[in-house]
Write a protein that binds this ligand. Structure first.
Ligand code: NAP
Ligand code: 8YV
Length: 312
């Protein structure tokens, strides 16, 4: 008999298809009455698959008293109340490592595009301005510049590897210094001060909330660039907007925002920002691998075995 699985939102199609084959799938977002669906499944649901960035909070966990595992589609679990899960003995898993390459590729693409302004130059050519106004403005080179990585974890280390191939110099800040061949800074302000490009790839959540604030951006300065592939919550977004508008920093490359998918339209007017719609892991291969790992964790747990990528 198939195990029941509660899926919170419509997500990656291939993964959902596999879930439909493996489990008796309950699609929470399709339920006409969410509370009634939860009540009807409460006695049998042991596993929940989460996708997207809605909250998995204590109230949802309390509605599912038999819940044993929350398997997230994604490595970042800032939307899941980990303390509440721990208190209830619920295992939380993520999709660590399988997305490192794609996210690091995207981070590097943002560094390259933000400094070299390729998207803006493409727009310039398409608008016929090359013909009418001549060659595009000079941009900034990567080689010899210092990339400060805030959050040198699994993905951060992959970004460092790629940036070295671009002949960038790497420094970093984590709460804990690591045994790596890069210079360490004791806080985000010092890292920003010592960097040409500050790249954020920490987890989101309360601990990192608005870690990138006016003090950090002041330290980065008018020649400095910010790249954020972590979570919108890590950056004080209104302050960043102001700093970009007033050219108090040179530019920004962003994949993540405070209230996705809402991006303040003022950002669209900026010539010194490259904006992506939270797509760092969004390739066919990586999304398949993420789904495979998410499902594997659930199946392992339900068959009494340890999960592959536990968070708590
Ligand atoms: P990870 O291996 O856990 O690395 C996170 C790093 O951040 C660690 O080195 C950690 O070191 C550091 N860190 C944590 N809290 C910090 C703080 N308060 N101040 C400074 N450094 C801190 O995680 P990962 O797999 O590389 O993923 C990192 C994050 O990237 C995810 O949580 C997610 O939010 C984001 N992400 C975004 C996308 C996207 O599509 N844009 C895709 C994947 C992941 P210490 O513990 O020593 O501080
Ligand atoms: C996904 C991500 O876009 O893994 C993460 O933390 O942000 C991305 O890979 C997202 O989690 C999909 O829901």
């Amino acid at each position: 008999m198939k195990h029941d699985l509660l899926l919170t939102a419509k997500g990656h199609q291939g993964t959902q298809k596999r879930m439909e084959q493996e489990f008796a799938l309950i699609k929470l977002w399709e339920a006409p009455d969410r509370a009634a669906t939860l009540k009807a499944s409460a006695a049998k649901i042991r596993a929940l698959a989460h996708t997207g960035h809605s909250k998995v909070d204590a109230a949802l966990m309390d509605a599912l008293p038999k819940l044993e595992i929350i398997a997230n589609f994604g490595v970042g679990v800032d939307q899941i109340d980990l303390d509440a899960a721990k208190q209830r003995g619920i295992i939380v898993t993520n999709t660590a490592n399988v997305l490192n390459d794609c996210v690091a590729d995207c981070a590097m693409a943002l560094v390259l595009n933000t400094l070299r302004k390729f998207p803006q130059a493409d727009k310039y050519l398409r608008a016929g301005q090359w013909k009418t106004q001549g060659t595009y403005q000079l941009t900034t080179s990567l080689s010899g510049k210092t990339l400060g990585i805030l959050g040198l974890g699994r993905i951060g280390e992959e970004i460092a590897r790629r940036a070295q191939a671009f002949r960038m110099i790497i420094r970093y800040h984590n709460r804990n210094q690591k045994d790596v061949p890069y210079d360490y800074d004791p806080d985000a302000v010092t890292l920003a001060k010592n960097s040409d490009v500050l790249l954020v790839i920490t987890p989101g959540g309360a601990e990192t909330n608005k870690l990138i604030n006016a003090r950090v951006l002041d330290a980065l300065g008018p020649q400095g660039y910010l790249v954020n592939v972590a979570r919108g919550s890590v950056v004080d977004q209104p302050v960043l907007l102001q700093y970009l508008q007033q050219k108090k920093i040179a530019g920004a490359g962003l994949d993540v925002y405070e209230h996705e998918p809402d991006v303040p339209p003022e950002f669209f007017e900026l010539d010194n920002a490259v904006l992506l719609p939270h797509m760092a892991s969004a390739t066919i291969e990586t999304r398949m691998a993420m789904g495979k790992l998410q499902i594997e964790n659930i199946l392992l747990h339900l068959s009494g075995q340890p999960v592959k990528t536990p968070v708590n």
